[in-house]
Design a protein around this ligand. Sequence first.
Ligand code: MLT
Length: 208
Amino acid sequence: MTETSFIHRFEPARDAGSPPLLLLHGTGGDENDLLGLAKMISPGSALLSPRGRVLEHGMPRFFRRLAEGVFDEDDVRRRAHELGDFVSEARERYGIAAPVAVGFSNGANIAAALLLLQPEMLAGAILLRAMVPLADAPKANLAAKPILLLSGQADPIVPASNSARLAALLSEAGARVEHKVLPAGHQLSQADVTLARTWIGNVTAEAA
Ligand code: MLT
């Protein structure tokens, strides 16, 4: 791979019918963080799991922020394109189809940015505790892409109005968005796992 490459883990598919997943961790996480979750929601999927290349006080992230919830949007754009390049290279190297992103927190935000900037890179997305990544988002064509957005009712980082705006933005771009607000905070709950598993099962069945 080129210099755009990310430290990452790849696990091949155990069931060719399951979509490959692109796992994107939250701030301070790494490429190992979401492997367990991914295996719970789609045990047969190939897993591509990069580590964010931006360090905030030593904690890996996928783009720079100026403060909590205030993003360096030039960096969001640049890093989303870098991630898109990585996905293309990894698809070639490992022979996988366009993946469904599974992102948590900062990882969900870069997944949302990638959907808006380079929609062809992803087959769909599960966005866990995501927010609007770009104030001035380009007009994307997300033609019928399936997206599951799971928000926490008591999330201190993502206001309800922000996740509702993200759902609207993605729907207006043509995506098939399912947005659920769970009785949870920023952390994941059992309901996230159950809903994500059901959703990915439906997406896989539709594609079959
Ligand atoms: C972000 O910076 O992407 C969001 O504030 C979520 C987080 O990483 O805490």
